[in-house]
Write a protein that binds this ligand. Structure first.
Ligand code: NAI
Length: 398
């Protein structure tokens, strides 16, 4: 079928398999162009492996360090005449490339919050790899069914304690407007922490350790965000920020539990980037378009693959101590948070409006990244050609 983007609000309902494969290939090429990661990971589990930072983590492990990878994700498979979600096509392409390169790669498509998927993952590691030496936890989900209580929790993106108003942009139209978000109500903070905090990460590590599938000296890393003062009320000091506080605190608890196998848990604070998750947060798209413009002009711009490649090579696997901030966090958002970058973005923020945004912000870069998430607008892909939507992931039985 001919596959075109079909937008509904801030989501795209279709995805392009050939474009997704191109995206994966581009990321692989980027990592390979930097050569092999000395002392890199060899057997890696990525939870949330199909898009964004998790996909980049899987690609960097495999193609930067020849690692065997197990990927867990929650994606919709295709049906005749109906495309899969992008992460399905990304994972299919990843496995094809990994297998062609002689690398072990298996995937599990299911709810990572459930006991069943954890058990399935453990069984695969036990039978195929024995143990893993790196566990990347990169889930971004709006809901979590708690495996013990059965309760379905929903996360929300709200300020805490007061109404928040600021500028935002509809990146489809370029219209800058004022958005007002009502503060969190009873239960919102708790629910958001339950979905996006560290409890499930700790459950994964407990289950893996108990099953004996964590190698001596194993590392685990989860991803967090801080960001600037303009997004603070809705992000870091909002409900999602509470979840990130919890995630960051959980790293210390996990590290304690891993002491007997000399393991260590880290949180890496990453850069703001266009992903399915971030485009749904008001204010963030405007910030990102000003940030992209500024960082591109300064020659500092990175996407997910550049971020994770740098995380592995210059933070996690330098062969020495992992550099962390005063709160024990890895900072790969260091370039985003540079004083000169933030000063420029604040200056642009103050004057951004519908008339000048195309010029002072990188609206086009934002838009292209968004389309890219769904496999559209890649160079070298013929979008007018018939594409087969019925793509299989090699390791997943039909
Ligand atoms: P994403 O939406 O691209 O990826 C989310 C992944 O989680 C996908 O692989 C998806 O299939 C998987 N997933 C979601 N629910 C699942 C479930 N129930 N079971 C199994 N898999 C499930 O998100 P992104 O942006 O890469 O986020 C990953 C982490 O990075 C999050 O913790 C996020 O807060 C963090 N982060 C994101 C930043 C951004 O600007 N996008 C910045 C800094 C940190």
């Amino acid at each position: 079928m001919i596959i075109e983007p079909r937008m509904r609000g801030f989501i795209c309902l279709t995805a392009h398999p050939v474009g997704a494969a191109q995206s994966v290939k581009n990321q692989i090429e980027y990592v390979k162009s930097h050569g092999e990661i000395a002392n890199g990971p060899k057997k890696v589990l990525v939870v949330g492996a199909s898009t964004g930072f998790g996909l980049a983590s899987r690609i960097t492990a495999a193609f930067g360090s020849n690692a065997a990878t197990v990927g867990v994700f929650f994606e919709k498979e295709p049906a005749e005449g109906k495309t899969a979600t992008p992460g399905w096509y990304n994972s299919a392409a990843f496995e094809t490339e990994a297998h062609a390169a002689g690398l072990y790669a298996k995937s599990i498509n299911g709810d990572a919050f459930s006991n069943e998927v954890k058990q399935q993952t453990i069984d695969i590691i036990k039978s195929d790899l024995g143990q893993v030496d790196l566990v990347v936890y990169s889930l971004a989900s709006p809901v979590r069914q708690h495996p013990v209580t059965g309760v379905l929790h929903r996360s929300v993106l709200k300020p805490i304690g007061g109404v928040f108003s600021n500028k935002t942009v509809d990146f489809h139209t370029g219209k800058v407007s004022e958005v007002t978000i009502q503060p969190a109500v009873e239960g919102d903070i708790e629910n958001t922490v339950t979905v996006m905090g560290g409890e499930d990460w700790a459950m994964w590590i407990d289950a893996l350790k108990e099953a004996g599938v964590l190698a001596e000296g194993a590392t685990t890393v989860a991803y967090s965000y801080i960001g600037p003062s303009v997004t603070e009320a809705v992000y870091r000091k909002g409900t999602i920020g509470r979840a990130k506080d919890h995630l960051e605190a959980t790293a210390f608890e996990i590290s304690d539990k891993l002491k007997d196998i000399n393991g260590k848990a880290y949180v890496s604070v990453n850069k703001a980037l266009v992903t399915q998750a971030s485009s749904a947060i008001p204010v963030i798209p405007l910030y990102i378009s000003l940030l992209y413009k500024t960082m591109k002009e300064m020659g500092l711009h990175e996407g997910t693959i550049e971020q994770i490649d740098r995380l592995y090579r210059e933070r996690l696997y330098t062969g020495g101590e992992v550099p962390v901030d005063e709160q024990g966090r890895i900072r790969i958002d260091d370039w985003e948070m540079r004083d000169d970058v933030q000063a420029k973005v604040s200056e642009l923020w103050a004057k951004a409006d519908t008339e000048n945004l195309a010029e002072i912000g990188d609206l086009e870069g934002y838009r292209k990244d968004f389309y890219n998430l769904f496999g559209f607008e890649f160079e070298g892909v013929d979008y007018a050609a018939d594409a087969n939507e019925m793509v299989n992931i090699e390791s997943i039985e039909k």
